[in-house]
Design a protein. Structure first.
Length: 298
């Protein structure tokens, strides 16, 4: 059973959902999602962990995000969450934006992180050079709609129209337009993404600005926690080339694994596969320090 609650922190209330008992495992979502992204993954993890899916500041039902912000600021909010929950340490899974927050947490507050899973599609785990920001920009530019201020306030209407256009993209994903058959879960998935977008839309630009400004490679080099770089591979991103092995080499105790034919819907569409990869890494005391196989890769 999934339980929802608020943790009171010095910055305001952080909303979270949790399931299961055992070692605590923080689940950090992508932009502009919320704890709902892990609604299917939490039950799959609950037999091994106390899975805690956090609404990052500015998203879901958590307190507001300041603009500008930084990845260490967002990570410090998780330190405050751990304090509020009376937890000294936790495992951390970061997905897309969440992997940058997880890296900042493990880098700057190493005593609070047991093990880390740094997960995402290929574009999300590129860590160095102009290729990194170019790959991220391809996914976030649509959110950077700016308009000159008009005396009559019409720029506010243009901004609202742009937000509506983005919301329409979540409302009508390709599967609902062209897929067959359509399941009730497909409609629910679209509905949840629209809700997440509307709740978090004002935080999207400052979040991506913080991501683009963050020296992720430097942070990963300073991470002390055993870390699994879990790359989701798709044909659509094959032109980037696989990144997991190179990224894991930056981390002192890094290892890597892959999920194939896996896009950004993995936490919701393939929770069993993702839970198996996470659980095996977090519970395997004999894992090697180089390649570590995900299900189907042994």
């Amino acid at each position: 059973m999934i339980r929802c609650a608020y943790a009171e922190t010095p910055r305001g209330a952080l909303h979270y959902a949790e399931a299961g008992e055992g070692p605590p495992l923080l689940l950090l979502h992508s932009t502009p999602r919320s704890h709902r992204q892990f609604r299917h993954l939490m039950p799959a993890l609950a037999g091994h962990f106390r899975a805690i899916a956090v609404d990052a500041p500015g998203y879901g039902q958590s307190h507001a995000l300041p603009a500008p912000t930084t990845m260490p600021w967002m990570a410090e909010s998780l330190v405050m969450l751990l304090d509020a929950l009376g937890l000294e340490r936790a495992h951390v899974l970061g997905f897309h934006t969440g992997n940058k927050i997880a890296a900042a947490l493990a880098c700057h507050w190493p005593a609070r992180v047991d093990r880390m899973v740094f997960a995402g599609q290929t574009h999300s785990i590129i860590v160095e050079g102009p290729e990194r920001n170019a790959a991220i920009r391809a996914f976030c530019d649509r959110y950077f709609c700016t308009f000159d201020e008009a005396p009559d306030g019409s720029h506010h209407v243009r901004g609202w129209a742009a937000a509506h256009a983005i919301a329409q993209g979540y409302w009508w994903p390709q599967k609902l337009q062209t897929g067959s058959p359509i399941a009730e879960e497909d409609v629910l998935q679209a509905e949840i993404q629209v809700i997440d977008y509307l709740q978090g839309r004002h935080s999207i630009v400052p979040t991506y600005e913080a991501i683009l400004a963050y020296d992720l490679a430097d942070a990963l080099r300073r991470v002390q926690a055993p870390t699994l770089v879990l790359e989701f591979l798709t044909d659509r991103e094959a032109h980037f080339g696989s990144q997991a092995e190179r990224v894991s080499a930056l981390i002192r105790r890094g290892s890597f694994a892959f999920l194939h034919n896996a896009d950004g819907t993995v936490p919701e569409r393939r929770p069993g596969d993702l839970a198996a990869a996470i659980t095996r890494f977090l519970t395997d005391d004999n894992r090697p320090s180089a390649s570590w196989p995900a299900p189907g890769r042994e």
